[in-house]
Every structure is written in structure tokens, then in C-alpha cells.
Design a protein around this ligand. Structure first.
Ligand SMILES: *Cc1c(COP(=O)(O)O)cnc(C)c1O
Length: 357
């Protein structure tokens, strides 16, 4: 099986090895050291402002999205939610559930958010902004600096879901002015699903400390306090945290975040160059290195996904809902190589010859 989905993705050998071992007991100084290193490397890789903190939540990315909404906003806020697809919609749903006042900035399919669009929301009393910097469902990467500038100018607390973008696209928290950054284990970290992480700027830490969140598991004050000694309030997904540790150290050794972003960028560019002659349109004008969203001109996108899976043993990522027949996505994150790209291109060319595209 060759996996080109956007998560869970293929893992590297060292990650797989750790997964095959017994799970160690974790209330130890050795495990605390692992957690300190995880925190340090994540913060370095996103250029988090001085005195930022990282919290690791056992739960998928959505758990951290929910924890952040619950711990940094309240009924006294007015949050602007950029909704360009199913992950933007998830922030809308979270604001609904937790009764956080919000305004939705709804985008058309494939559209990006512009300065002019945002300008309409000045003078409206907006206190926070929620955005998925790469809306993975449509493959649109928003301009983080446009969003960051708008928030700086209007003193808006900026929460960025960078779950599919972390390590795949450059992300500089300090320069963007982001207060919170969220990611997860099963995207470019290429580990199993089960851990998500939250980087909190000093301003975000302060907000969390003042929050009156009503939750036991999602109380980030508790997570921060335990994190001071390299621990978590409850039993975490220990193995995945060890896998994350190995992966972060490897990235560091191979040249740091820039070289990892470049590695993924090269894979994405190689693939995009080589599908030129096939009957596809790339359905986003603002691409992340993590994903290429493709619209087959003649056939159903879902059928392409099914054929690749059943006849070629290759997985790409289908879309749901309205987009099911329109687009499928090819991921470039995880343990993939240019040879893997070749295998996928060969399969697509074979399908094209057989009249299946
Ligand atoms: C994958 C992803 C998530 C998290 O989804 P989970 O299934 O909860 O891990 C959230 N936002 C974006 C942009 C994603 O790509």
C-alpha cells in the first residue's frame, strides 16, 4: 500500500520501530526529559516568541481546537471565524457549542481570504480570530501575514490551526503575530494519530491562566502546570510522544525545519510538474506544500480514488459532501519519495490510457 492521503500518513522507520516496543511507565525523569525536548523543538520550529509554552493533548487535532476555543475565549469575546471548508466549519461549530459570540467570514470554494475582506470587520468589536491556515479540505493556504497584520493592527487575539501546515510550510509565529498555533501527530509529523499540540504565546498563556473553563480534561491551566515538570495531568499517548521526540530530533539533525519544509516542497513540485499532461485541474490557486487538490476534468473524483485503491493499491484522499465527485487530494507529507511519485504518476497514466480519466 502506498499512502498519499493527508493523514494518517506513512511513517518513517524509526517511528515504526518505537511503535513496536512496550509502552514505558511515564512518571519518570526520563520521560520528563522527552517532554521538555518536545516542547523546546516544537517552539523552535515555529519560532515561538520568548516565554511561549507548548501543551500536548492526547486526542486528535480537533481536541486541541476545542481546548483552545474553551480556554482562550468566553461569552465576552466576539470572534471572527474564517470558514473556507470543513475545518473552518469545525471552528464555527465549536463557537456554537461553547456559546462564544462569533461572526463567520464564509469563503467560496477555493477562494482565499484577502485584506479587503478582512477590512470590512474593523470597528466591529472583534476580539479574536480563528483560522485554519491551510484549509486542508480544499487545499487552500491562506496568507498568514495578511491575517497577522490585520490582527496586529486591530489588537485581535489570533488562533491559527496549522495542523496540516506545520513542517510542510514555513510558519513563523513571532513574525506572523500568532498567539496560538495548533498541530497534530498524524500530518507532517508522520506519527500515528492521537496527539495534538498547542503552542501558546505569553499573551495566550496569560489568557489561559485567567480563564474559567469548565472542563477537567481540557483544562489547559492544569496542562501548563504539569508541563513545568515535563508531565501531563493524565496518562498521555506515551508511545506517540516518544515517536514525536525521535522525529523532531531527526528533523533537527537533518538541518531543522527549513530543510524539512524544502523536502516536502520538492516532492510537491515534482508531482505538480509531472501531472501537467494528465486531464486534471489543480483546484486551488494558493497551494500548501502539504497537498495538491485535483479536479478530474472528465470523470468523478471519487471514482479515481476508488480505482487507485482497488486496482493499484494506492491511496489518495477523497473528499466528502458536495466535493465528493469534484476533487480528490494528493498529500506530500509523510515518508514519501520521488519514486513514490513515479508510482502514482504511472498508475494515473495507465488509467488515462485505459480511458478511466
Ligand atoms: C487534520 C486536520 C485537523 C484535525 O483533524 P483530526 O481528525 O481531529 O485530527 C484540523 N484542522 C485541519 C486543517 C486539519 O488538516
Amino acid at each position: 500500500m502506498l499512502n498519499f492521503t493527508v493523514g494518517p500518513v506513512q511513517s518513517f522507520e524509526s517511528t515504526l520501530k518505537i511503535g513496536a516496543e512496550h509502552v514505558p511507565y511515564f512518571r519518570t525523569s526520563e520521560f520528563s526529559e522527552v517532554m521538555f525536548k518536545n516542547e523546546e523543538l516544537v517552539k523552535r520550529f515555529v519560532n515561538a516568541p520568548k516565554n511561549s509554552r507548548t501543551v500536548f493533548i492526547t486526542g486528535s487535532g480537533t481536541a486541541s481546537m476545542e481546548a483552545v476555543v474553551m480556554n482562550t475565549f468566553s461569552k465576552d469575546d466576539l470572534v471572527l471565524v474564517v470558514n473556507g471548508g470543513s475545518f473552518g466549519q469545525r471552528f464555527v461549530d465549536l463557537c456554537e457549542i461553547h456559546k462564544i459570540p462569533y461572526i463567520e467570514l464564509k469563503l467560496n470554494f477555493g477562494e482565499t481570504v484577502t485584506e479587503e475582506m478582512l477590512e470590512k470587520y474593523t470597528e466591529r468589536g472583534i476580539t479574536g480570530l480563528l483560522i485554519n491556515i491551510h484549509e486542508t479540505s480544499t487545499g487552500v493556504l491562506y496568507d498568514k501575514y495578511t491575517v497577522g497584520e490585520f490582527c496586529k493592527k486591530n489588537n485581535i487575539f489570533l488562533v491559527v490551526d496549522a495542523i496540516s501546515s506545520f513542517l510542510a510550510d514555513e510558519f513563523d509565529m513571532e513574525n506572523i503575530g500568532a498567539d496560538v498555533m495548533i498541530s497534530g501527530s498524524q500530518k507532517a509529523l508522520a506519527c500515528p494519530p492521537g496527539i495534538s499540540l498547542i503552542v501558546l504565546s505569553p499573551r495566550a498563556v496569560e489568557k489561559v491562566q485567567k480563564s474559567e473553563v469548565r472542563s477537567l480534561y481540557f483544562n489547559l491551566k492544569d496542562a501548563l502546570k504539569n508541563g513545568e515538570r515535563g508531565q501531563t495531568p493524565f496518562t498521555p499517548a506515551v508511545s506517540i510522544l516518544l515517536q514525536i521526540n525521535a522525529r523532531l530530533r531527526e528533523i533537527e539533525k537533518a538541518g531543522g525545519v527549513k530543510s524539512e519544509v524544502n523536502r516536502i516542497k520538492e516532492l510537491a513540485e515534482d508531482f505538480r510538474k509531472r501531472i501537467n499532461s494528465l486531464p486534471f485541474e489543480i483546484s486551488s490557486k494558493s497551494l500548501s506544500n502539504a497537498v495538491t487538490p485535483l479536479h478530474p476534468i472528465n470523470v468523478s473524483a471519487y471514482d479515481v480514488f476508488l480505482t487507485l485503491k482497488e486496482k493499484y493499491n494506492i491511496w489518495v484522499c477523497p473528499n466528502g459532501g458536495e466535493l465528493k465527485d469534484k476533487i480528490f487530494r494528493v498529500g506530500h507529507i509523510g515518508a514519501l519519495t520521488k519514486d513514490d511519485n513515479t508510482a502514482l504518476i504511472n498508475a494515473l497514466e495507465d488509467m488515462n490510457r485505459k480511458g478511466l480519466l
